[in-house]
Design a protein around this ligand. Sequence first.
Ligand code: M6R
Length: 610
Amino acid sequence: MCGIIGYTGRTQVLPKLFCGLKSLEYRGYDSAGIAFYDRNAGMMCLKEKGRVSEVEALADDYEKNNNTKIDAFCGIGHTRWATHGKPSDINSHPHCTMRVSIVHNGIIENYAELKDELTGHGYGFVSETDTETAAVLIDRFYCDTGDPVAAVRKASERIQGSYAFGIIFHDRPNEIYAARKDSPLIIAEGSDGNYIASDIPAVLRYTDKYYRLEEGETAVLTPGSVTVIKEDGTRFTPEYCKITWSVDAAEKEGFPHFMLKEIHEEPRAVRDTLSSVLSSDIEAFFRENDFDSINIAACGTAMHAGLICKYMTEKLARVPVNVYIASEFRYQDPILSERDLVIIISQSGETADSVAALRLAKERGARTLAVVNVVGSTAAREADHILMTLAGPEISVASTKAYASQIAVMYVLSVKLALVKGKISDEYASSLISDISDNVPSAIDGIIAQKDSIKALARNFLDCPSVFFVGRGLDCLVASEGSLKLKEITYIHSEAYAAGEMKHGTISLISEGTPVIALATEKDLLLKTLGNVKEVKSRGAYVVLVCNEDDIDSIDRSVCDSIIALPPLRSCFAPFTAIAALQLLSYYTAVLRGCDVDRPRNLAKSVTVE
Ligand code: M6R
């Protein structure tokens, strides 16, 4: 949530700031800004409500109006997802005082108290943000100590909440100071200078060497050096890790949107994830630990992946699984001990509610397992055990290939646990594993090959106010994810229902032409689901049936208006193909409605505030 970039080095800073910010826009995009030291004009700040390109235009205008070229080698930039104060020019970052300019991710919880105190000392404020209090606080301590590191640390001691800061002290215009608590920040070393960034894509073009700043550490970057200072004052030069993502992985590569590109990457993402999880020690982990309960905490799409795990694990391993919305985990006061396993599922590994659930689980003594897509993310570092999804960078705010990879992990978990518990035979486990590995990626390709007909179908959804997704069993769980995808990127209201539940209330919303997307992929449940489909059809619904190719002949075609046929696959793996179809349907509907597919309104990719 919110993106930070900073650079100090031997080449012009503006192109690096703009390029970095554009690659971070998925983290927040309601306003943007940069602060930099111009060799002619001194410290400058350009910021505006709107996208990064609008700040780029501000810089162009400045050069034209002043008949000059900005000449700057050190600067910081920010792209914002508003929390405190509406999106506006004034509330955009950087926030600048006489002595400092800062960019901030996170939330300063005690900002009101700090603001009162600082106002009492004669300081003034111009914005509605929590961040400005941090700028003023750091300014005040810098005034007192004349020492930037001491100023940052003293301010950090007073701040409650979460932060990743990038700071320039105006009398040290070639240096960047960085600090973090509960909000990610990386340092990266390039051949021509050093960087800070909230996420790897911002620096991918320039370097493959990064260091993840630890909680409570402060860093000082100059063009030729990086020094990290631990909380106890020890100083060290970071040892860098290698970024394994390629630049291409974070580019659109000819696709009009990241979302479409990422759907096309699902077969590869599932294949890679399966081979990594299958070669992990997960079976040994289950053999060594006999858990009384399995609990999953996650948000949004990741939580929907958790529901698939519950379904499969309870079916195959006969072990009860609780799935929690991570933001509700603490209120449900979960009963946990060292005999319980808590699984956190998170693409980013930084989602604040999921990380908070992980910490609570640890506090209560439970064993923790994180299923994450980002190496070195907070959840990955704090959990006892990790399983990586190998989806590669997911840039579009709507999660697609991450979900496919997460459910791949969930299937393997359920099979391995069932095997260890002696609930399924070696042969059955092997047949499930070879089926998922050999057949799922190509079946997803089969759906992608139908994208033109799915695009044509999307025209029917253009102007509808509301869409219903229904299904039974696994289909009901996929319906929830399909519905989330549609509302997230098309802004069409949608709801997911257990097919049998509609007639207990919601069917009153069905009238002539109301779209209902009915998933009926499980052979055993087909007739029952079709019965429910008839109920809505006879009330005027426009029905799209998502079912297996080989079931089509046995279906009375009058129950539906259109069909999406899924390539043959073992029934329990249909979520992979069904969701790919629903993702494409949402994608094309959003495109036809002229929505900003990759950056839907009000959202951000990584939700690092609770
Ligand atoms: O990074 P995470 O997987 O923890 O993110 C969780 C949710 O914020 C995320 O899945 C969200 O629901 C997606 N944008 C939905 O497409």
